[in-house]
Design a protein around this ligand. Structure first.
Ligand code: NAD
Length: 344
C-alpha cells in the first residue's frame, strides 16, 4: 500500500483523499490543514489524521478541540508521496521539504511546468511519469483538451488547433470570486492553456484564448481542430465513445431513437451527473455535446464542458501508480481507477 499524504485540503485535496481511500493499492496517512475551517469536518469524519501546516498553528487546532498528529514535515516523513493541493504558485515552495525527506510529490495545474519538469495526463503521456519523483497533474482545462485531442491526433493527425476557453469565475464554494456581472477576456494571446497542452502532447500546434464568465459549475471549450485528413464525424463520435473519461452528452430521444430535445447547457449536464448519483454530484468525465460536433473540409468543430472540481481527480490516482510503477500500462491504470471511482 502506497502511503499518501495530502497537503492542502480544499476543493482538489479532499476529492483526491476520498479517491485514494477507494483504491486497493494506496491509503491516506494524513492531511495538512492551515486552520480548522468547516472543510476540516469531512477529514475528521473520514478518520484522516490531521496535521497542522506549521508549529505555530497547533495551539489553534487544539483550542478548537481538534487533535493534530503533527505538522507538515511530520506527514512528509511518514508518507511515500505527498499530493500537494495548496493554492497555485504556492505549492512549488514545498519542493525542498519533499526532496530533503526523499518523499515523492505530485503538484496540481496551478503550478508551472518548468520547476517540476514532468506534466501528466493518463491518456496522453502516462509513461513519462513512470518512476518519477516529482510530477505535475495538469489543470482541469488542459486535462479536458488532452482527452479529446489525443484520439484525434492518433487517428487523423492534427495540423493545428484553435480553441476558446469559456472559464467559470470560481468554484461553487468560492464566495469571494467574480466577475458577478461581467465577461473578462484574458488579454494575452495565446492564453496559457495552449502552451500547457504542449507539456502533455509534445509538438502539438495549438493556440488558445480565454474569457471568464459569471458561472461556477463548469468551463466550456469551443474548439476548431484542423486535421491532416478530412474527419468523419460518426467515426469521431465512436472514437470518443470508447475514450475513457470522455462522455458524449445529448438531449432526450423518443422510443424510435429520434432526438426530440437537445441538451442545452452546463446546468443540465451537472444535473445529469447528480441524477446518476456520482460522488458529490461530480463529473470526472469530459462532456462533449454530441450534436455540436461538425466537420467542414479538414476542420472539426466541437464544444466540450469541463467539471473543473473533479476531472483531474482520477489523474492524480493514475499519476501515483505511474510514479511507483504499480502499473506500467496506462489503460490498465485508467480502467482500475475508473472502476474504483464508478466512472462509466
Ligand atoms: P482551494 O483553495 O480549494 O484549496 C487549497 C487548500 O490549501 C485550502 O484548504 C487552503 O486553506 C490550503 N492551504 C493554503 N496554504 C496552505 C499551506 N501553506 N499549507 C497547507 N495548506 C494550505 O484550492 P484548489 O481549488 O483545491 O486548488 C489547489 C490546486 O489545484 C491549485 O494548483 C489549482 O490551480 C489546482 N486546480 C484547481 C482546480 C479547481 O477548479 N478548483 C482544478 C484543477 C486544478
Amino acid at each position: 500500500m502506497i502511503k499518501v499524504g495530502i497537503n492542502g485540503y480544499g476543493t482538489i485535496g479532499k476529492r483526491v483523499a476520498e479517491a485514494v481511500t477507494l483504491q486497493d493499492d494506496m491509503e491516506i496517512v494524513g492531511v495538512v490543514k492551515t486552520k480548522p475551517t468547516y472543510e476540516l469536518r469531512g477529514a475528521l469524519d473520514a478518520g484522516f489524521p490531521v496535521f497542522a501546516s506549521t508549529k505555530s498553528k497547533v495551539d489553534f487546532f487544539e483550542e478548537m478541540g481538534v487533535k493534530v498528529s503533527g505538522v507538515t514535515e511530520d506527514l512528509v516523513e511518514i508518507a511515500d508521496v505527498i499530493i500537494d493541493c495548496t493554492p497555485g504558485k504556492l505549492g512549488v515552495n514545498n519542493m525542498d521539504m519533499y526532496r530533503k525527506a526523499g518523499t515523492k510529490a505530485i503538484w496540481q495545474g496551478g503550478e508551472k511546468h518548468a520547476p517540476i519538469g514532468v506534466s501528466f495526463n493518463a491518456l496522453t503521456n502516462y509513461s513519462s511519469s513512470i518512476n518519477a519523483d516529482f510530477v505535475r497533474v495538469v489543470s482541469c482545462n488542459t486535462t479536458g483538451l488532452g482527452r479529446t485531442l489525443y484520439p484525434l491526433r492518433q487517428k487523423y493527425g492534427i495540423d493545428n488547433v484553435q480553441a476558446v476557453m469559456v472559464r467559470r469565475s470560481g468554484d461553487p464554494k468560492d464566495s469571494d470570486r467574480g466577475p458577478l456581472n461581467s465577461i473578462e477576456p484574458v488579454l494575452s494571446v495565446p492564453s496559457h492553456h495552449g502552451p500547457d497542452v504542449q507539456t502533455i502532447m509534445h509538438g502539438i500546434n495549438i493556440q488558445t484564448m480565454a474569457v471568464k464568465v459569471p458561472t461556477t459549475i463548469m468551463h466550456v471549450h469551443c474548439i476548431i481542430a484542423e486535421l491532416d485528413s478530412e474527419p468523419n464525424v460518426d467515426e469521431i463520435l465512436g472514437m470518443w465513445e470508447s475514450t475513457p473519461r470522455v462522455n458524449l452528452v445529448e438531449g432526450f430521444l423518443n422510443k424510435d431513437g429520434d432526438k426530440i430535445r437537445n441538451l442545452p447547457g452546463t446546468a443540465e449536464i451537472m444535473e445529469l451527473a447528480r441524477d446518476a448519483l456520482y460522488t458529490r454530484g461530480d463529473l470526472n468525465q469530459i462532456a462533449v455535446w454530441k450534436d455540436g460536433v461538425h466537420a467542414f473540409g479538414k476542420k472539426l468543430y466541437y464544444y466540450q464542458a469541463i467539471h473543473q472540481e473533479s476531472d483531474v481527480i482520477p489523474e492524480n490516482i493514475d499519476a501515483i501508480r505511474a510514479m511507483f510503477n504499480l502499473e506500467s500500462d496506462n489503460m490498465a491504470s485508467i480502467l482500475k481507477t475508473n472502476k474504483a471511482l464508478g466512472i462509466d
